[in-house]
Design a protein around this ligand. Structure first.
Ligand SMILES: [Zn+2]
Length: 376
């Protein structure tokens, strides 16, 4: 059994490693995790995409015809933000059932549950299928580490099922929308502010474009679990000084996409809406993830979670996107669930915390999922 002490110790140790991204520095967390896993017989490989920035892939058991089950999580966290913290963000302060700190919910509690499950699986006399753990760097910056990992030949095995250990309060979620980030640029003609008739104001054009984007309807029916696509104009900048007509303005646009949408069709619909005067450029793209709730493995996980938590499970999706956008295709498109002990509402917040009891529950759930996959 996992003792309360192990759970708290590992989670606190992970919280105390500052992996706020930027700059990330995930290599220290990769070393901490690989040291533990090595002692339990895992083979592991690192994939670094920059100095001090490495993802880690660890594997236990045979490479058989039955593909491995994969658990994944990211090691980086978002920065602390401007507001002061009541709890030291890197001390892992414990108060009752709570552990405080940056990343406590998103998602060092998830990493701790993965490690505690791995230690238990390592005690099984013989595994019939492999257990693969993927720890990524740079998830918070558009799945940077996962993308790098997906591009390294032989870094990832073929997987038959995947659990993404992001915060869901231990509720299994069958997918999430994807995301497209775009830059929308308008051009004008500069002139002295006292003679606007001699210029063309790029900010006015951007403002008109923003209002058109607010009304954009992608014309798609809502996906039964992921809902409808949405759009947000998140940034705007333009002009060089207050007394000139601005000749350029730029907006950052975030679009959450559902199955059936891809960057090409989205770009085409924006270009036809905004006209030729506006330039639209793709910055980043992560596909949506949607696993069939009727998949037998998904049904089995629902049953395991129901038994352990006492809560009945119905299909639902995550509001945020995860590394699964990149890793699910890279692992051969296995059925994918997002399921982890953190609290999604705590993610990215000041005085972020997680519940120790949820981490222990996640260890029970993960162990049963892994045991059924690897031992039978
Ligand atoms: Zn996360």
């Amino acid at each position: 059994m996992t003792s309360d002490r192990d759970t708290v110790h590992i989670t606190r140790s992970l919280v105390s490693l500052n992996t706020t991204n930027p700059p990330g520095n995930e290599a220290q967390a990769a070393s901490f995790l690989s040291n533990i896993l090595e002692k339990h017989g895992f083979v592991h490989k690192r994939a670094a995409f920059a100095e001090h920035r490495a993802s880690l892939v660890a594997y236990l058991g045979p490479m058989t015809e039955k593909p491995a089950i994969c658990f994944c999580g990211h090691m980086d966290t978002v920065p602390l933000g401007q507001a002061p913290w009541q709890h030291d963000p890197f001390a892992g302060e414990v108060d009752g059932d709570r552990i405080y700190g940056r990343g406590a919910s998103d998602m060092k509690s998830g990493l701790a549950a993965m490690i505690l499950m791995a230690q238990r699986l390592a005690k099984e006399p013989s595994l019939k299928a492999g257990l693969c753990l993927v720890f990524t760097a740079g998830e918070e910056t558009f799945c940077q580490g996962a993308r790098h990992l997906a591009g390294v030949t032989g870094a990832l095995p073929k997987a038959g099922a995947m659990v993404v250990c992001e915060p869901t309060s231990n509720r299994p979620l069958v997918g999430h929308r994807g995301a497209i980030h775009l830059e929308v640029q308008t051009k004008g003609i500069s002139a002295h502010a006292s003679m606007p008739e001699l210029g063309e104001n790029a900010i006015y054009k951007a403002a008109e474009a923003a209002l058109k984007l607010r009304e954009l309807d992608f014309g798609l029916p809502a996906h039964p679990l992921l809902g409808k696509p949405t759009l947000n104009v998140g940034t705007i900048s333009g002009g060089v000084n207050i007394n000139s007509i601005p000749d350029q303005a730029t907006m950052g646009v975030d679009i959450r996409i559902i199955p059936g949408q891809d960057p090409q069709t989205v770009l085409a619909s924006l270009r036809s809406l905004l006209g030729e005067q506006t330039e639209v450029r793709l910055l980043d793209h992560a596909p949506s993830v949607a696993t069939d709730p009727q998949n037998p493995w998904v049904q089995e996980v629902f049953e395991i979670v129901e038994t352990i938590t006492g809560h009945s499970q119905g299909p639902a999706a995550a509001p945020y996107f995860t590394d699964a956008s990149v890793l699910t295709p890279a692992l051969g498109n296995p059925p994918t669930l997002i399921l982890g002990p953190g609290e999604a509402e705590m993610a990215h917040k000041t005085d972020e915390y997680c519940y120790i009891s949820k981490i222990e529950e996640a260890v029970e759930i993960y162990t049963e999922i892994a045991r059924r996959w690897c031992c039978s």
